[in-house]
Design a protein around this ligand. Structure first.
Ligand code: G1P
Length: 289
């Protein structure tokens, strides 16, 4: 029996420079896909996977996310008064239980590994999940829930993986594959953002992780890697050999909402999956293109 995953870390301190001017005052995680901000998709996916405690690792200018997950008394009062039940439900459904959502600031942009390290007190020796809201995954059941099922089979550290074109390996953490059964891939090593010629495979890490607390022993050292940043991939790589490490080829479609193309594509795909928009979105797209 593995220890269940009840805590999740959401690194949300990034500046979102690719989306300026939209992200001049608004955190990139508040960008909306149809009618919901990216951060809410991430939190809902975690809830579906059984996560009960949430920590957002934020930075300057990210307070809008705190407001988003808070009660909005005036708005709720007006919606109640006007009998807008569906809208009220959409607003109230947003948040984890009181006291179950925490925030800590990364303060300096030293890398993803550093962001996760900033949540160490909250993790307090438990296994945990990491969700990067930029990677939006359209799937049922959700990607993290699929990973929890895999974790119950094999334990250890698990990341979501996807094959990418070889020319893109320098954008991702890449697995050095030991065994591959088509669904679960056992890794014997990991490399952060290798050049296409040096990549040990084209199997890339997508922003979902289930990690054992031992990763903090390596993050504690603050060693820098690719791009001069403290990399989560490097800390995970150091656990290989001590702890099983698997990649899960999840079922579903991933959108890289850290890029404009991925973000627009996600909006179209999520709209096309909704009963209230499906028909019209097809027609509109046909007209435009
Ligand atoms: C981060 C990780 C990388 C992973 C990627 C997934 O990179 O460092 O290993 O493949 O997320 O989106 P970033 O996108 O922050 O550069």
């Amino acid at each position: 029996m593995v220890q269940p995953i009840r805590k999740a870390v959401f690194p949300v301190a990034g500046l979102g420079t690719r989306f300026l001017p939209a992200t001049k005052v608004m955190p990139k995680e508040m960008l909306t896909i149809v009618d919901k901000p990216l951060i809410q998709y991430a939190v809902e996916e975690a809830m579906e996977a059984g996560i009960e405690e949430f920590v957002l690792v934020t930075g300057r200018g990210k307070h809008l996310m705190e407001d988003h997950f808070d009660h909005a008394y005036e708005l709720e009062a007006i919606l109640t008064e006007r009998g807008k039940e569906a809208e009220l439900e959409a607003v109230e459904r947003v948040a984890p239980d009181p006291g179950k959502l925490s925030y800590t600031r990364q303060r300096r942009p030293l890398g993803l590994g550093h962001a996760v390290w900033c949540a160490r007190q909250f993790i307090a020796g438990d296994p945990f999940a990491v969700v990067l809201p930029d990677d939006l995954i359209q799937a049922g059941p959700g990607c993290l829930k699929q990973m929890v099922a895999a974790y119950e089979e094999v334990g250890g550290n698990i990341v979501a993986v996807e094959d990418v074109p070889r020319e893109q390996t320098d954008r991702y953490g890449i697995l050095d594959v030991a065994d591959d059964d088509g669904r679960l891939v056992r890794a014997k090593g990991l490399v952060e953002k290798p050049k296409p010629a040096d990549a040990p495979s084209t199997l890339s890490i997508i922003g979902r992780y289930i990690l054992q607390p031992e990763v903090f022993e390596h993050l504690d050292k603050h060693e820098t890697g690719a791009g001069g940043e403290i990399q989560l991939t490097d800390a995970m790589a150091k656990t290989v050999g001590d702890i099983p490490f698997h990649g899960l080829r999840f079922e579903g479609r991933r959108f890289d909402c850290g890029t404009k193309l991925g973000f627009v594509a996600a909006n179209v795909a999520f709209a096309a999956a909704r009963d209230d928009l499906r028909g019209d979105i097809r027609e509109v797209l046909r007209e435009i293109i």
